[in-house]
Write a protein that binds this ligand. Structure first.
Ligand code: SF4
Length: 230
């Protein structure tokens, strides 16, 4: 099969964004938060865990330690106890406290507003920083690539990258900057509703005519079949 030109890939990417805008005009962050600090903490907690599970623990968490000053002075074991129902609670409780301490020590108690500064916070990588910048400050520096965005971008043939970081660069290359803002929230919703990891609903997918994976078995099925063939 001839390799697709970049111009054609761009066209499909823009069309994907247009259709996602049509389907999810109001897509927004599903995590509950009231301040930039609360958003940092909520996104930290959401790694490998559903947003719904995070939203269950954050009311008590934010009630007891509502700002960087109070979280910085928290006992990590107490924080761990509150978030115990979510995955990786030990590491995440450490990150909550260390992150608050760093904000107090280096940023005068305010969540920083640049990608480079945000990435100095313990537990904060480019994905988290993108979400915080976009949602808390209205600054769009990139596209947060989580598991849904990564999967859909791969199935759509917009990236062949093996890491979210590289996949983001591929997406930024084919999606015009002015369209970056809502891509993460829209594709998260789309991934949950249509382009599911195990059972993509290609038959009712609004992207089927521009998706090279339409009708093909999902990656996990292909991997299992290949393993059976040896
Ligand atoms: S056609 Fe199938 S694989 Fe492609 S985006 Fe739609 S649901 Fe996902």
């Amino acid at each position: 099969m001839p390799r697709e030109s970049k111009a054609r890939r761009r066209e499909r990417a823009v069309e994907m964004c247009r259709r996602m805008d049509e389907r999810y005009p109001e897509a927004e962050c599903a995590l509950h938060y009231g301040t930039p600090f609360e958003l940092v903490i909520a996104v930290l907690l959401s790694a490998q865990t559903t947003d719904a599970a995070v939203n269950k623990v954050t009311p008590e968490l934010f009630d007891r330690w509502p700002n960087p000053a109070e979280m910085a002075a928290a006992n990590q074991a107490d924080v761990a106890e509150v978030i115990r129902s979510i995955g990786f609670w030990r590491t995440k409780s450490a990150h909550c406290v260390e992150c608050a301490q760093k904000i107090m020590a280096d940023y005068a108690g305010e969540v920083p507003r640049t990608m480079d500064e945000l990435k100095t916070l313990p537990g904060v990588g480019r994905k988290t920083a993108n979400i915080v910048l976009n949602n808390a400050f209205g600054i769009v520096e990139g596209i947060a690539v989580d598991t849904h965005v990564f999967r859909i971008a791969t199935r759509m043939g917009l990236t062949r990258a093996d890491t979210p970081l590289k996949a983001e660069q591929d997406l930024l290359d084919v999606i015009p900057r002015e369209l970056w803002g809502p891509v993460n929230h829209q594709l998260v919703l789309f991934g949950r509703e249509v382009c599911d990891a195990r059972r993509p609903l290609c038959g009712e997918c609004p992207l089927a005519d521009i998706c090279p994976s339409a009708g093909k078995p999902p990656e996990s099925t292909r991997r299992k079949a290949a393993a059976r063939r040896g």
